[in-house]
Design a protein around this ligand. Structure first.
Ligand code: URA
Length: 189
């Protein structure tokens, strides 16, 4: 099946299954993903913020601006990759998504990855990284790709996961900006 169509169906399923009804109630809309469903690289953030909630696309605010810059630094555009979040509704006041919320969206994220079937998954921040690498220490593990075996409906998937700091970290810390830019070089396939 066409990947865009499969992703549209997944979006409809999230709505029909009434995933995280409290978040759905306070958010403006479901933020599914953006970019190329045929991409080799998928970026996964934490949850939509205010701008993302308004525009219905992930990483379109200040963090997204830096993400675009980092993509450009390795000669990629948003259209070349696929970008999404673990949790697909904005948590109120941009609070961290809860463990329950991350768990509730997990099977849908797995299906999303199964559809896209990327060569590498780049997690942004410790929340997204921790979903794939439970014992993650982001200060130790950032920039080091590893194979991660995950199961969905009894099937096993081996993903190559590259955990990075969250671009928002660089907005408050200049040193972090260079660390992220350096780590981005490791994405080049
Ligand atoms: N931060 C995230 O983790 N995701 C977004 O989509 C925007 C900001």
């Amino acid at each position: 099946m066409d990947k865009s169509l499969a992703l549209d169906e997944l979006r409809s399923k999230i709505l029909a299954d009434n995933v995280c009804p409290d978040l759905a109630h306070t958010a403006t809309q479901l933020v599914m993903g953006d970019g190329n469903p045929d991409a080799d690289i998928v970026f996964i953030g934490e949850a939509p913020g205010k701008s993302e909630d308004e525009q219905g696309k992930p990483f379109v605010g200040a963090s997204g601006k830096f993400l675009n810059e980092m993509l450009a630094s390795i000669n990629l555009k948003r259209e070349d990759v696929y970008i999404t979040n673990i949790v697909k509704y904005r948590p109120p006041n941009n609070r961290d998504p809860s463990t329950e919320e991350k768990r509730a969206f997990w099977p849908y994220l797995m299906r999303q990855l199964e559809i896209i079937d990327p060569k590498v998954i780049v997690t942004l921040g410790r929340h997204a990284g921790g979903c794939f690498i439970p014992d993650i220490h982001i200060s130790r593990d950032h920039g080091h790709a590893r194979k991660v075996r995950l199961t969905r409906d009894g099937r096993e998937y081996d993903w190559l996961v590259l955990p990075l700091y969250h671009p928002a970290a660089a907005l408050y810390n200049g040193g972090m900006r260079q660390t992220l830019l350096d780590d981005f070089q490791k994405i080049k396939l």
